[in-house]
Design a protein around this ligand. Structure first.
Ligand code: 4NP
Length: 168
């Protein structure tokens, strides 16, 4: 975590091997393309601990790669209370992730930073990113489409609201 960056975005799912690592990879790529790396930090975590230390699910990795998004180097880690303090914008992939994230906010200090990822989706459907883990290959492609457009929407909103500009 790099405190020198004023905007620190954290994506949260259950296992940190499918949905949130994809969001991290897509968002990081967009941030780089817009030359906002010195202003925006990005990471992802899972609420559960089953996959801690593992790389992303290979099905998610393959779909990301087919769209030019690298998930190389990502290792799953579990959400902890200090993340709520350290990150400035926290996006939960589904309602269970949102609940479990807020549950760690034992002194009710950080709720204002936490919201559902798909609140920022122009086509939010039920406001949740479906969990692709136990489904077929189409689920991973569907997750990609949702994550891709929602990450663009989040970055547009952040750059507008915070008046972020690429360095000259
Ligand atoms: P994710 O997907 O939360 O998008 O990383 C899952 C990964 C693993 C499990 C469930 C969902 N699991 O039950 O192990």
């Amino acid at each position: 975590m790099d405190e020198s960056r004023p905007v620190r975005v954290l994506f949260v799912c259950l296992g940190n091997i499918c949905r949130s690592p994809l969001a991290e990879g897509v968002f990081r790529k967009l941030v780089k393309e817009r030359r906002l790396d010195s202003a925006i930090e990005v990471s992802s975590v899972g609420t559960g601990n089953w996959h801690v230390g593992e790389p992303p699910d290979r099905r998610m990795y393959a779909v990301a790669q087919s769209h030019g998004v690298s998930l190389d180097g990502k290792v799953a880690r579990q959400l902890r209370e200090s993340d709520l303090e350290n990150y400035t914008h926290i996006f939960a992939m589904d309602k269970a992730n949102l609940h479990d994230t807020l549950y760690l906010d034992t002194r009710d200090r950080f709720g204002h930073k936490v919201r559902l990822f798909r609140e920022m989706d122009p086509e939010p459907d039920d406001y949740q990113v479906p969990d692709p883990y136990y489904g077929g290959p189409n689920g991973f492609e569907e997750v990609y489409e949702i994550v891709d457009r929602t990450c663009s929407s989040i970055l547009n909103r952040l750059t507008q609201d915070l008046n972020l500009a690429a360095p000259k």
